[in-house]
Design a protein around this ligand. Structure first.
Ligand code: G3P
Ligand code: MG
Length: 398
C-alpha cells in the first residue's frame, strides 16, 4: 500500500516517541525498585584494555564515553563498578593506574587493575627467597615489579649478559641496559624458576638463557643435564646428589608464562606478535634441541586461574565500594577484543561476554572462534547494550 512520505514521517516519529516513553517507564520502574533496595547495581564490568580502551598509546574515543556512562550518565542513574583485566603489563599496578587514569580521564585505583603478572602475587610465597629469572619489558622494570610483589632474588637476562657477554655474543649491552644490571655470579646462583612477566624485548637472548638454565638444571654455564620432565623424574634422594655439585642442580626449573596471546592489537593496522608467539618460538627451538617441548605454567586470559583471580579482585572492589560483604555478586560483563583470550575466558567463567570490533577480532575473517553473548561496534555500544539488557531483566523480575 502506497503511503505518502508525510504519513511515513509521522509514523516514524510516533514510534520513536513510543520507544523513548517505554524506556522512560522502564527507567522509572527500575530506579524505584533499586532505590528501595539500596543494592549494588545488577551488573558490573570487566574491561580488556588493548583493542577496547586503548590502541597502542592512543585512547579509543568510545572508551571515554563508555566510562562516562559507568560514572552515572546511564538510564539507571547509578555508578556502575568495573575493573580492568589485561594480558598486558611490564610495569607495577600503581604506575599503570596513574598512566591509565590520565589516558582515560577517570581516576583508576590500583585495586581495579589486573595485569598479566598481577596473579604472581598469589604464588610469590613459594619463591620469595629463591633466585629466579624475570623476563620481559625494558631494562630492569620487571625486576622492580617482581621485587614489589616480594621476589627477593629476581634477576634479568641482561644481568646474565653483564656477567658473561659470551652467553650471547650477538648483543652488546647498551649503556642504559648495563646501568640496569646487578652484579651476580650465576655459576653460584641456582635458578629455581623463570617467570616471563611481559613481552620480551630480546627474543634471541632470552631464548638462549632459558635454554641454558633449563638444560643445566638451574646453573647458567653448567653442563647440560637435559632434565627429564617431572612426570619422568625419579624422586631425588640424598645419595643421588653428584658429589661436589651445587645444591639445587638436577631440579626441574619451573617455567611460567603470564600472557598466552599470540597476537594483540596496537596502533599498527595489523595485530602484533605477543608473548604467546615468544613462547611458541622458544618451544620450537627447545624441541629442535631436545626433541620435545618443555612443560610450563600458563597464566593470563583465558586461563581459569586468571579469571578466578580477577573475580576475587572484583569482589574485593565491590566490598570496598559497598562498605561490607557482598553476598550475591552482580552479573559480570566481560568486554574484550580477542576471542581467544577475552571471550573464551569469560565463557569459561560463566560471565556474559561482549566482543568489540575495535581490536584483534576482524569480522572479515568470519565468526569468532569463541562465541560471545553479543558483538558490539565498540565499548560504548557494549556498555549501553548490557545496561539495557539488565534493566529489561530487572524490570521483568520486579
Ligand atoms: O601485551 C598485551 C596484549 O597481549 C593484550 O593486552 O589488554 O588486550 O589483554 P589486552
Ligand atoms: Mg585486547
Amino acid at each position: 500500500m502506497f503511503m505518502p512520505s508525510a504519513t511515513l514521517a509521522t509514523t516514524a516519529r510516533r514510534q520513536l516517541q513510543a520507544a523513548s516513553h517505554a524506556r522512560h517507564c522502564l527507567r522509572t520502574r527500575w530506579i524505584q525498585h533499586h532505590a528501595s533496595q539500596r543494592k549494588l547495581p545488577p551488573l558490573v564490568f570487566t574491561f580488556d584494555i588493548d583493542g577496547v580502551l586503548l590502541r597502542g598509546p592512543h585512547t579509543i574515543p568510545a572508551a571515554r564515553r563508555a566510562l562516562d556512562m559507568l560514572n552515572g550518565a546511564n538510564p539507571m542513574g547509578v555508578k556502575i563498578p568495573f575493573i580492568l583485566l589485561t594480558n598486558g603489563g611490564g610495569v607495577g599496578e600503581e604506575a599503570r593506574r596513574h598512566k591509565l587514569s590520565s589516558q582515560l580521564g577517570v581516576e583508576i585505583h590500583s585495586n581495579q587493575i589486573v595485569q598479566a603478572h598481577t596473579i604472581l602475587k598469589s604464588v610469590v610465597h613459594k619463591y620469595a627467597d629463591k633466585p629466579v629469572l624475570v623476563l620481559g619489558g625494558r631494562n630492569d622494570v620487571v625486576r622492580k615489579v617482581a621485587e614489589g610483589y616480594g621476589f627477593k632474588k629476581a634477576y634479568t637476562t641482561l644481568d646474565v649478559l653483564a656477567w658473561k657477554p659470551e652467553v650471547w655474543p650477538f648483543h652488546q649491552l647498551t649503556p642504559e641496559e648495563r646501568a640496569s644490571t646487578k652484579p651476580v655470579d650465576f655459576s653460584q646462583t641456582p635458578i629455581s624458576a623463570i617467570f616471563v612477566f611481559h613481552d620480551p624485548r630480546n627474543w634471541a637472548l632470552d631464548t638462549q638463557v632459558i635454554v641454558d638454565v633449563i638444560r643445566s638444571g638451574g646453573i647458567i654455564g653448567g653442563s647440560y643435564l637435559d632434565t627429564p620432565p617431572p612426570s619422568e623424574q625419579q624422586p631425588l634422594s640424598h645419595h643421588h646428589q653428584p658429589s661436589g655439585e651445587l645444591e639445587g642442580k638436577n631440579k626441574h626449573v619451573e617455567l611460567v608464562f603470564c600472557n598466552p596471546d599470540l597476537l594483540w592489537k596496537s596502533d599498527f593496522p595489523q595485530p602484533r606478535l605477543g608473548q604467546g608467539a615468544f613462547r611458541e618460538a622458544f618451544q620450537a627451538v627447545y624441541k629442535a634441541l631436545v626433541g620435545k617441548t618443555y612443560p610450563y605454567i600458563q597464566y593470563g586470559k583465558p586461563t581459569t586461574a586468571t579469571y578466578k583471580f580477577a573475580e576475587k579482585v572484583l569482589k574485593d572492589r565491590l566490598e570496598e565500594l559497598q562498605g561490607g560483604r557482598v553476598e550475591q555478586m552482580p552479573t559480570v560483563y566481560m568486554v574484550g577484543d580477542n576471542p581467544e583470550s577475552d571471550i573464551a575466558g569469560a565463557n569459561g567463567a560463566g560471565w556474559p561476554s561482549i566482543l568489540v570490533r575495535t581490536g584483534v577480532y576482524d569480522p572479515a575473517g568470519g565468526p569468532p572462534a569463541h562465541t560471545p553473548t553479543y558483538i558490539a561496534e565498540d565499548v560504548e555500544e557494549a556498555v549501553r547494550w548490557a545496561i539495557e539488557r539488565e534493566m529489561g531483566r530487572t524490570a521483568t523480575s520486579s
